[in-house]
Design a protein. Structure first.
Length: 147
């Protein structure tokens, strides 16, 4: 009888943890989608609601933005994403941290530049803060073609 109770408790604990992870995975995927839409709109309040003040945002060319510069570039249209398509997204939860990898294809209309296309592989690091996921870090690398 005691073994059955212990087994039942272990099973219920495992089920609860698995359910939490699934919920977190979905929440991170939703936050990533909100980020995609906010990057297209350039709306400062939408962008700021998704990031931590300690954000480090690495571009494929090597430049690193802080939170203020990230928001400012998108809001001013210095970096202007007309479209962003995300494919091959993978979300991994480790405690209160989420690692997201995806392929990023975008069309751009950056201020003072000709329209362009960007093909990147992205790493996002999200931190869970009071049941919300906030972007802590992002790093892009150039990809060869749209996947």
């Amino acid at each position: 009888m005691t073994k059955k109770i212990i087994f039942a408790l272990i099973f219920m604990t495992f089920t609860a943890v698995s359910a939490q992870k699934k919920g977190d995975t979905e929440m991170v995927a939703e936050a990533s989608e909100k980020l995609r839409l906010a990057m297209i709109s350039g709306e400062p309040s939408a962008l700021e609601s998704l990031i931590l003040p300690e954000l480090t945002y690495g571009h494929s060319g090597g430049h690193i933005d802080d939170a203020k510069e990230f928001v400012e570039k998108l809001a001013s249209k210095k970096s202007d994403f007309v479209t962003i398509d995300i494919t091959s997204q993978n979300v991994q939860i480790v405690g209160n941290t989420a690692i997201v990898r995806h392929h990023f294809y975008a069309t751009t209309a950056d201020q003072g530049k000709a329209p362009g296309e960007v093909t990147l592989d992205i790493l996002l690091v999200w931190a869970k803060v009071k049941n919300n996921w906030k972007l802590l870090a992002r790093q892009a690398i150039k990809a060869e073609k749209k996947k």
